[in-house]
Ligand binder design. Sequence first.
Ligand code: BGC
Length: 601
Amino acid sequence: MPNPSVPGPRSVPSAWWADAVVYQIYPRSFADGNGDGMGDLRGVLHRLPYLEELGVDAIWLSPFYKSPQADGGYDVADYRQVDPLFGTLADFDAMLQEAHRRGLKVIVDLVPNHTSDEHIWFQEALAAGPGSPERERYIFRDGKDDVPGSGDGRLAPNNWKSIFGGPAWSRLTEVDGSPGQWYLHLFDTRQPDLNWENPEVHEEMRSVLRFWLDRGADGFRVDVAHGLVKEAGLPDWDGAASMVEGTTGPHRESHLPGDAPHAHTDAEEPHRAVSPMYPPSPFFDQDGVHAIYRDWNRVLAEYGGDRMMVAEAWVEPAERLARYVRPDEMQQAFNFDFLLAGWDAERMAEAISASLAAAASVGSPCTWVLSNHDTVRHSTRFGLKDPTTFPKGIGAGDEQPDAALGLARARAATLVALALPGSAYLYQGEELGLPEHTTLPASARQDPTFFRTRGAEIGRDGCRVPLPWAEGEPGFGFSSGHSGQASEPWLPQPDSFGPLAADQQEGEEGSTLELYRDAIAFRSAHHLGQGTVRWTEEHAPDSGLLAFRNGDAIVVSNLGFASAPVPEGYSVALSSGPGPADDRAAMREVPVDCTVYLLPD
Ligand code: BGC
């Protein structure tokens, strides 16, 4: 018996973000406006008409701030400056103004967990020495003695590991040349963690928020939102560090002890998901982070225009994530449960139901996301033998995907995501059906995870390859906004990008680009973003079928092994399959690995 309905928020917020389709721009790889082979803000400006035509409501830009680029810009040296690689503040202002003129909102990235080691604060901390107020802005500690009582401080203060591999502590050499204190970095050595026990850090980040709000930013994507506060005393922890709370590795099935999300009251907070072997980590999803987001909520409220924040918080179960989007905290959080479900009907149906229910419990709309700059593109993940796996990068020596199968499933999954109530996030290039670059040479790799794990983790470069805009041009037109000779794109593009270039798909019936445009237009025309999900009679995840009603549409997604009938009285209005539109009206079956939008006859 299908579950008849999934709760939606009691009253859907009417703000623009509640049902927005947001397009993620990874500035290094979106479009190059000055011909240096690196994407930039002028490139974004130049391509705004493309985004307007795609039909998205907003763009989110990954960091473009001054940075030595040790982690693709997530190592910020100055939160108030644009890195010369990407342009100037004037370029940002021009881009934002033009985006607004075209009706697009602009979300910028905020990186509050850590700075770059080149940030003035870290440089001052190094110079000022132990015990100074400058060191109090970060998490400096004396080391433990290797030889007890010797005061040698040779051992790290605790056993935490970096998310990027290796230890989470590095030892300094003090200015006088002596071996010095250690500092915490949950990510790269060049990304020291800020000390959120220090009011000065709070003051500074509020001021950074105001800086971008004053310039007209409509919102913030908050990086590592679950990581800012660390457990008092920094206790040892024996789990293996991963972005997903309490996990022991990249594969989700290995860490969930099968605990279905459970109901909770205000008095009893939902429990954090823990591995069967380890308690929750002392550096993620600490209750203390929520006071910070309440504070920021008040800052945003000083500004008009429904400014918003979206949390990047890899937190489980869904009830724990819902705490980040309580009415006085952030407006949205990325729904990674949906992303992690993979191409599997039961897991996807469960993620949809659980996420909608958890979000509804705090009166917030859901978000839906399948790809981003940290994950293997969903068109590639879904072409692997097990389309629920979540590899940390794919290299030439790893299993290679079935590209056609992966693309068919990716298109089908996207149609599911775009038909769900709430807000959808798209990652640049997925609208072209771009695959992960799975054969990048080691010499081209830049992701610190590749180096810190000595290649054991291939890393995220494969999803960050510069976009192909025009098949016949050098670099597939990545630098086509520029008139002179252009440099090679900063990461090499695979040959498979050529036929997928935007100019090859533009106006081509059945192309992925046209499918995305049609799906976004359908979503908007039928108000799917503001609707509710009601599973229909056909819904049978155990046989691979997802089927739900949203408004006047029925969505059927076939993740099974046999085609499924189109319900009587309905016709296919949009299909993720490759056939021409004329065939769709006559379709009476939903093929395997296909999603259709149905309307009553
Ligand atoms: C970002 C990553 C980044 C990390 C450290 C994240 O989760 O999305 O790209 O490497 O935070 O800032």
